[in-house]
Design a binder for this molecule. Structure first.
Ligand code: PTJ
Length: 260
C-alpha cells in the first residue's frame, strides 16, 4: 500500500522516508520480516544518537575505508536490509576499493538470494557471489545459514564489510583470521563488540561516507593508512560512542528536570 507523501517539514521526515524503503524492500521479497524488526531496533538506537553521524562514527568510517583500501581481497557481504537500504553505495564502494560483493543471508532462500542479486545488478554490480550452489563451503563454528559461503568470496577474503550482522558470524569470521568491519547502530550488540572496526551509525548515512572516504584516502600513502589502522582501538571507540549517548541523555534529562 502506498503511503501519503511525507511532508518535508516533518521533524522525522528522513526516518519516515527510510521506512518507506523498508516497506518496499519487504514487498519486493528482499527484506525479511525479521529484518523489519531489526530495523526498528536500529531506529531506537538512532533516536538515542540524535539521528546523526557522531564523531566516533566518522573516525571509524575513515579507518574502515583505509582497511578496505589496504586489503588484498576485500568483500562486501550483503543481506536483505543492506540490499534494501544501500544498494547503490555497495556497488560504488566495491568499485572504489576493488571489493567483491556476496549475498549472505540469515533467513536464506534461493528466491531472496536471486532477488538481491538482481537488485544489486540493477545498481551496476557486475558479479554477485554466494547465490545458490555457489555458496558451497561452510564457515567453521557457525550453525546458521550464514555459514554457507562462496569459495571465490567470503571464504578467501581477508577483509569483510558485513553491515547489520549477527554476532555469531562476526565471531566466526574473526576466528578465521579476517578483518571484520561492521555498521551497527547498537554499540552494545555482540557484532559491534566483536568486529575489528565498528561504525556506530545508520547504514543510510555510513555507506555514502565510506564511499567518499575511500576516494579521498586512495590518494594517501599506504604507510599512512597502516598507521591510521594501528592507532585505532575499536573498544575505546565503542566506549566513546556509548559515552556520547549517555552524555546526550543526561543533558536532555537535566534540561527537563531544571525546567520543571
Ligand atoms: O536478510 P537476512 O536474512 O540476512 O537477515 C538480516 C537481519 C538484519 C534480520 C539479521 O542479520 C538479524 O537478525 O540481525 P540482528 O541480529 O537483528 O542485527 C542487526 C543489527 O543491526 C542490530 O544491532 C540493529 O540495531 C542494527 N541495525 C538495524 N537497522 C540498522 C542497524 N544498524 C545500522 N543501520 C540500520 N539502518
Amino acid at each position: 500500500m502506498r503511503t501519503k507523501k511525507i511532508p518535508k517539514t516533518h521533524p522525522r521526515a528522513e526516518s519516515l522516508r527510510v521506512r518507506e524503503k523498508v516497506k518496499e524492500g519487504y514487498t519486493e521479497g528482499i527484506m525479511v520480516e525479521n529484518g523489519v524488526i531489526a530495523h526498528g531496533r536500529g531506529e531506537a538506537f538512532d533516536y538515542l544518537l540524535g539521528e546523526l553521524t557522531i564523531p566516533e562514527a566518522s573516525k571509524a568510517t575513515k579507518v574502515a575505508a583505509a582497511a578496505l583500501l589496504l586489503a588484498n581481497n576485500p568483500i562486501i557481504s550483503v543481506n536483505g536490509n543492506v540490499a534494501t537500504l544501500a544498494p547503490k553505495e555497495v556497488v560504488k564502494l566495491a568499485e572504489s576499493v576493488g571489493a567483491k560483493i556476496e549475498v549472505n543471508l540469515f533467513h536464506r532462500t534461493l528466491g531472496r538470494e536471486i532477488a538481491i542479486m538482481k537488485k544489486m545488478k540493477t545498481f551496476g554490480a557486475k558479479e554477485v557471489l554466494g547465490v545458490g550452489k555457489a555458496a558451497s563451503l561452510e564457515l567453521k563454528g557457525l550453525e546458521s545459514s550464514r555459514r554457507w559461503v562462496d569459495p571465490e568470496g567470503i571464504m578467501t577474503a581477508d577483509t569483510v564489510l558485513a553491515p547489520l550482522e549477527d554476532g555469531d558470524r562476526t565471531a566466526a569470521l574473526r576466528k578465521a583470521g579476517k578483518t571484520v568491519i561492521t555498521i551497527d547502530l547498537n554499540p552494545l550488540s555482540r557484532t559491534a563488540q566483536t568486529a575489528s572496526i565498528t561504525i556506530v551509525d545508520n547504514i543510510v548515512r555510513a555507506m555514502p561516507l565510506i564511499v567518499e572516504e575511500s576516494t579521498i584516502l586512495r590518494k594517501i600513502d599506504k604507510n599512512d593508512l597502516k598507521d591510521m589502522i594501528k592507532r585505532f582501538d575499536n573498544k575505546v571507540n565503542l566506549d566513546k560512542s556509548l559515552g556520547y549517548i549517555a552524555n546526550r541523555l543526561e543533558k536532555i534529562a537535566s534540561i527537563r528536570v531544571n525546567s520543571q
